[in-house]
Each structure stands twice: as structure tokens, then as C-alpha cells.
Design a protein around this ligand. Structure first.
Ligand code: SAH
Ligand code: SF4
Ligand code: F3S
Length: 444
């Protein structure tokens, strides 16, 4: 019997890639086990977006070697695999497979090479038109499913490794996406999340030639699908038709993650983001004027090379203006191969930390204020779990807010009965900076 263990870091694309890799291995006759100790093949799906993530990889690879024992095969997948390539064999000689995401369609062949004794198996070509579509995906969640619609990235943001680690953009045909979405609905999935590094540049390669807004609208019409989400949107390619689609169909979640990175047009120019602050704000305006209450979230990089105090203050002011529902803040991290590496005026670490903390503090105040405005409202949640420590059900609103709740008639999961996977209305009674809490309404 062939056994494997897999551990995954990084974004949702990586998490979903792993679901597809697991499905592929199972179809090849492997069995998945829960610990590296129990496995013959240990796979590690890696992320390289910031330096810290990459450092973790080599640390963890050493740990695996110590813990997992001898006579095992180790494979590195994902963005560090693609970025470092065969150098991984030098730095971690116990590794015998290195493959980037653009090579996963070849995994069965790569596994055969491993099984026949090759100890330096690689899948590193980025020269592919293919997308990794497989009928074998082994999904972790029985209610909410990821669907990749576009792989790779054709932008070249000056700080970012993704174009190097995931290669050029390849869109799936709309037919293949719709087929997968329909079959998920038939299997009982009610929520789908369309994935891509830049979903907005989706372009159906078949004669149908659907754009992203069309694909989004069509997936929202599939019977049985109650919620459709999507990540990530690049502001340059974000069109008003997406907002119109959300307005037209409540199955499309009223949440848009629109990473701005900086509120200074000058910094955006040097980041090669291809939009100005004003152009970004126009997109915010479309959403603020929508009929539905669209939650807007973002990513910010502080301390990009050359970012002045004035640039930083522009970012802070923009965040106060938009009033994001939540945000991820990152300190700029130098990445190999990227243009920004060559820039002058790198910002000292302490200064990046100072800006990070200021923005975090301001954003916390915004979230406290925004979340307080939900108290008294009734929100539909998709129930995701039960928190034993707090004795509350964990719900998620269409806006992607966490809304924990109690239910007098159903205080805890019992005898295999659970609310998880159901949709229910919750009256919001309390709020904090990061979540809401309430009570389930009588709607059964
Ligand atoms: N494709 C998506 C997100 C890619 S990575 C997009 O274009 O928005 C997720 C986030 O990581 C980015 O939005 C950015 O804020 C952050 N990030 C990427 N590279 C980084 C770097 N070198 N240093 C710090 N943060 C980075
Ligand atoms: Fe990276 Fe920019 Fe592509 Fe996003 S759009 S993955 S930040 S290069
Ligand atoms: Fe990380 Fe690669 Fe995703 S670098 S964020 S795993 S695309």
C-alpha cells in the first residue's frame, strides 16, 4: 500500500491545488494518512509570497526529516518549488520531487518516476496552456467548494513573485467551470468560491467568450447554489458589470475583496499596479452606490521602497474614507526576481513596523464602528461550525463577516445532528472589532 501525507501553506489557490493533488494521488492508488510518520511520501505545498513564508519552508523540511524518520520520499510543491527549482535538492538533499503548480497535470508521470527510483524528479516548466482540471478533487469542506477559473497572472506588480511562480494566465472554458459548478450543486454543495490570482481578467477561451461578470452571473443561477464568492479582484480589471451582477442576484455574495496596496498614486505607479488612487476610488463609488450593501475588504502593503510619510498618510486617509470592512496589512518584503528589489530607498524594518501598527490601530477603530452598526440587524448566515469553548455556533454572513450565535432550541451539536451547512437568520446583538454575535431567529 502506498501512503502519503500533505501539508499546505499559502493562499486559497494553494489550498485548492492541494485538494486536487490529493484527489489525483488517491486516483493513482495512494492512501492519505494524517501524520508524516505514517507516510511513505511526504508532500509539502509551499508559499513564497513573503520572505517569512519561504524561510518557513526550509525549516519545516528539516523538521520533517527529523520527525518522519528514514526511508521516506519528500516532495516540494507550489510556489517555492517553482521559484527555487533544483536548488531545493542542494539545500534539502532528502527531497526527491520538486514541482510547481503549472506541472500538476503531469503528477501521475512524476509519481511513476519517483516509484521507479529517480531521486531528482522535477516539474518546473511554465510553458503551458493547460489548466489543472481534474474530476478527482478531494474537497475538505462538504458545503463550500473552491473552483479555479483562471491560473497564473499576467500582471507584473513590482513586489510580487506570483507571475514567476504560477506562470502566465490561463483561463478555463466556461463550459468546464459550469459543469464543475453544476455537479457540485448536485452533490449538495450550496456555496462556491471562484478562484484566480486575478479573476477579473478571466476570458473564456471557447467561442462563447464569456467575461468574468458573465461567468459570475451564470454560476449564481445554478439551482442549488445559494452563495457565490470570488477572489481575487485586480482593480484595473474590475468592471461595473460585476457590481450590477451582484445587485441583480442575491446568490452572489455582497462582498468584494479589492486589494488597493497603497493610497498614493505615486507609490501605485512604482508598484506597477496600473491604476491611480482616483481610478480605484471610482470603483469604490460603484459599490457604495449599489442597491445592496456591499462589504469591501482590501490588502495594503506598508513600507514599499520609497514610500514617504506623506504617501503613507495618503493610504491612511484613503482607508478612513473607504471604511473597509476588514483588511490584510503586510510589511513590504523583498522578493527574488521582482523589479522592486532593484529600487532604491528601502524602508527600515522598524519604520515598516511603525506604519503597520498605526494603520492597524486606525483600521481597528473603523471595524469597531462599522460592526456596531450591524447590531439590531437580522443577517442570514451559512453555519460553518460550533465553538466548544464559547458554546456558540459559527456563522458567516453573505458579506463574509463572522457572526457567532446561540440557539435556545439547538444549543449544541448532538447525536450526529448539527446546524453546520444550514442557512439561518440571526439577530445581531453584540459586536467586536473582528466579529458579530447574536441569537438565532425563529425561522424553522
Ligand atoms: N493576486 C492577488 C493577491 C496576491 S498575494 C492580488 O493581486 O491582489 C496577496 C497579497 O499579498 C497582495 O495583495 C499583497 O498585498 C501581498 N503581497 C504580495 N507580495 C508582497 C510582498 N513582496 N511584500 C509584502 N506583501 C506582499
Ligand atoms: Fe501578484 Fe499583482 Fe499578479 Fe496579484 S496581480 S498576483 S499582486 S502580480
Ligand atoms: Fe503564496 Fe503562491 Fe499563493 S506565493 S499566496 S501560494 S500564489
Amino acid at each position: 500500500m502506498k501512503t502519503f501525507y500533505i501539508e499546505t501553506f499559502g493562499c486559497q489557490m494553494n489550498a485548492h491545488d492541494s485538494e486536487k493533488v490529493v484527489g489525483t494521488l488517491l486516483a493513482e492508488g495512494y492512501t492519505q494518512v494524517d501524520t508524516p510518520e505514517a507516510a511513505q511520501l511526504v508532500l509539502y505545498n509551499t508559499c513564497s509570497i513573503r520572505d517569512k513564508a519561504e524561510q518557513k519552508v526550509f525549516h519545516r523540511l528539516q523538521q520533517f526529516k527529523r520527525e518522519a524518520g528514514h526511508g521516506k520520499l519528500f516532495g516540494v510543491l507550489g510556489c517555492v518549488a517553482q521559484q527555487e527549482g533544483e536548488r531545493i535538492f542542494e539545500r534539502a538533499p532528502h527531497v526527491s520531487l520538486v514541482a510547481g503548480s503549472a506541472s500538476y497535470t503531469k503528477l501521475p508521470e512524476l509519481l511513476v518516476q519517483l516509484e521507479t527510483g529517480n531521486r531528482r524528479v522535477t516539474g518546473l516548466s511554465l510553458d503551458t496552456e493547460a489548466t489543472f482540471d481534474t474530476p478527482y478533487t478531494r474537497r475538505d469542506n462538504p458545503h463550500r467548494a473552491y473552483i479555479t477559473i483562471i491560473e497564473g497572472c499576467d500582471k507584473s506588480c513590482a513586489y510580487c513573485v506570483v507571475p514567476f511562480t504560477r506562470g502566465p494566465e490561463r483561463s478555463r472554458t466556461s463550459e468546464s467551470v459550469m459543469r464543475e459548478a453544476r455537479s457540485l450543486a448536485e452533490l449538495g454543495y450550496t456555496e462556491i468560491q471562484l478562484l484566480g490570482q486575478n479573476v477579473n481578467s478571466y476570458r473564456d477561451p471557447s467561442p462563447e467568450a464569456w467575461d468574468f461578470a458573465t461567468l459570475l452571473a451564470k454560476t449564481g443561477e445554478i439551482p442549488g447554489i445559494r452563495r457565490v464568492r470570488f477572489t481575487t479582484s485586480h482593480p484595473r480589471d474590475f468592471v461595473k458589470a460585476i457590481v450590477d451582477a451582484i445587485d441583480a442576484n442575491p446568490a452572489l455574495c455582497n462582498h468584494v475583496h479589492l486589494p488597493v496596496q497603497s493610497g498614493s498614486t505615486e507609490v501605485l505607479r512604482r508598484m506597477q499596479r496600473l491604476y491611480t488612487r482616483d481610478e480605484y476610488m471610482r470603483r469604490i463609488e460603484w459599490m457604495k452606490k449599489a442597491k445592496r450593501d456591499i462589504a469591501i475588504t482590501t490588502d495594503i502593503i506598508v513600507g514599499f521602497p520609497g514610500e514617504t510619510e506623506d504617501d503613507f498618510q495618503k493610504t491612511v486617509r484613503m482607508c478612513e474614507e473607504v471604511e473597509y470592512e476588514s483588511m490584510f496589512i503586510f510589511k513590504y518584503s523583498k522578493r527574488p526576481n521582482t523589479p522592486a528589489l532593484q529600487y532604491q530607498d528601502h524602508i527600515p524594518e522598524e519604520e515598516k513596523t511603525r506604519r503597520f501598527l498605526i494603520l492597524q490601530e486606525r483600521q481597528r477603530a473603523i471595524q469597531i464602528r462599522r460592526n456596531a452598526s450591524y447590531v439590531g440587524r437580522t443577517e442570514e448566515v451559512h453555519v460553518e461550525g460550533f465553538n466548544v469553548a464559547t458554546q456558540q455556533w459559527i456563522g458567516r454572513t453573505s458579506q463574509h463577516k463572522t457572526l457567532n450565535f446561540t440557539d435556545a432550541d439547538f444549543p449544541t451539536p448532538s447525536e450526529g445532528r448539527t446546524l453546520v451547512g444550514q442557512y439561518t437568520d440571526v439577530l445581531v446583538k453584540r459586536s467586536g472589532p473582528n466579529s458579530l454575535a447574536g441569537e438565532r431567529m425563529e425561522n424553522r
